[in-house]
Write a protein that binds this ligand. Structure first.
Ligand code: HEM
Length: 263
């Protein structure tokens, strides 16, 4: 890494990236548990990628709200590349055996990925999310921040506004307007030869990529949990794998899936 003025103060790799700070942040709780470092690093890496994912999804949403559909697609393409990387990281964690995990698991409780605020923000911003945020994060700043995030337009709502701005949707539909949305989406899937429709078609397919990648992550994470903890309850206090099984069917954009059987 180089930078700064010739001969003057130069930014070096460690000071620019705060490497010393970063490498001080891995603190296992159980001495002699050889797999705890893996567990910590993988979770921390997830949170870093979540941060970038939120950044890219937020920019995509904002470009759509500003009517610049063509600027949203590169952001979404990057978001999908990150989604795929997140899936791959589970393979690294799956090299841990159940005994390896048990060696340091108990002191972690009740910490759980269940409490990952950034994961919830990704769900909310994408257009989904659990119905009771307050229940997950009672009171406090987190609940307020997530509620504000939820109050703002989601990626899907921004997509609909952008469609309306391009006269591809008669008006911004409320909950009763789902039939209008379905018709508009179907029309774009059936015909997307002109540049604006082609852009929306590409945008829809990127949203499907994002939705599919998250669904594959949920499934793979559930399988990984099954091989690590069997039928034990989760450290977060849920039923464990039985709970995760229920989340696997979640989709952010049901209409983009349903439309396929109507083409
Ligand atoms: C040994 C590895 C892991 C096991 C056994 C495991 C297990 C579980 C279990 C049982 C739950 C249900 C909630 C609970 O009661 O705790 C859960 C939720 C969750 N975990 Fe993991 N997990 C592992 C690794 C990870 C990693 C690396 C991430 C990445 C951030 C992660 C993210 C999440 C998220 C986001 C949830 C909430 C899912 C939802 O509510 O839809 N987990 N995990």
């Amino acid at each position: 890494m180089t930078g700064g003025a010739e001969g003057g103060d130069r930014t070096d790799y460690s000071s620019y990236l705060l490497i010393d700070d970063l490498l001080r942040l891995q603190r296992p709780l159980t001495e002699g548990a050889d797999d705890e470092m893996l567990f910590i690093v993988v979770h921390q890496a997830y949170e870093l990628w979540f941060k970038l994912l939120l950044h890219e999804l937020g920019l995509a949403r904002d470009h759509l709200l500003q009517g610049a559909c063509w600027l949203a697609t590169p952001r979404l393409r990057r978001a999908v590349a990150i989604d795929e990387l997140l899936l791959g990281q589970l393979k690294v964690l799956e090299t841990m055996s159940p005994e390896g995990f048990l060696a340091f698991r108990d002191p972690l409780a009740p910490a759980s990925g269940f409490q990952s605020e950034q994961f919830r923000e990704i769900e909310l911003l994408s257009g989904g999310g659990p119905p009771t945020i307050g229940g997950l994060h009672p009171g406090g700043e987190t609940a307020d921040r997530l509620a504000r995030q939820r109050g703002g337009p989601t990626l899907w709502e921004a997509t609909l506004r952008s469609l309306a701005a391009h006269d591809l949707l008669a008006r911004e539909p409320g909950p009763a307007g789902q039939a209008l949305v379905r018709r508009a989406v179907g029309a774009i899937y059936r015909s997307h030869d002109d540049p604006v429709r082609a852009h929306f078609h590409e945008l829809f397919e990127l949203l499907v990529d994002h939705d599919e990648a998250l669904a594959r992550w949920r499934h793979h994470h559930m399988m990984m949990a099954a091989r690590e903890i069997g039928r034990r309850p989760g450290t977060g206090g849920s039923l464990g794998v039985a709970y995760l099984e229920q989340t696997v069917a979640q989709r952010f954009y049901p209409v983009l899936w349903e439309i396929r059987s109507e083409l």
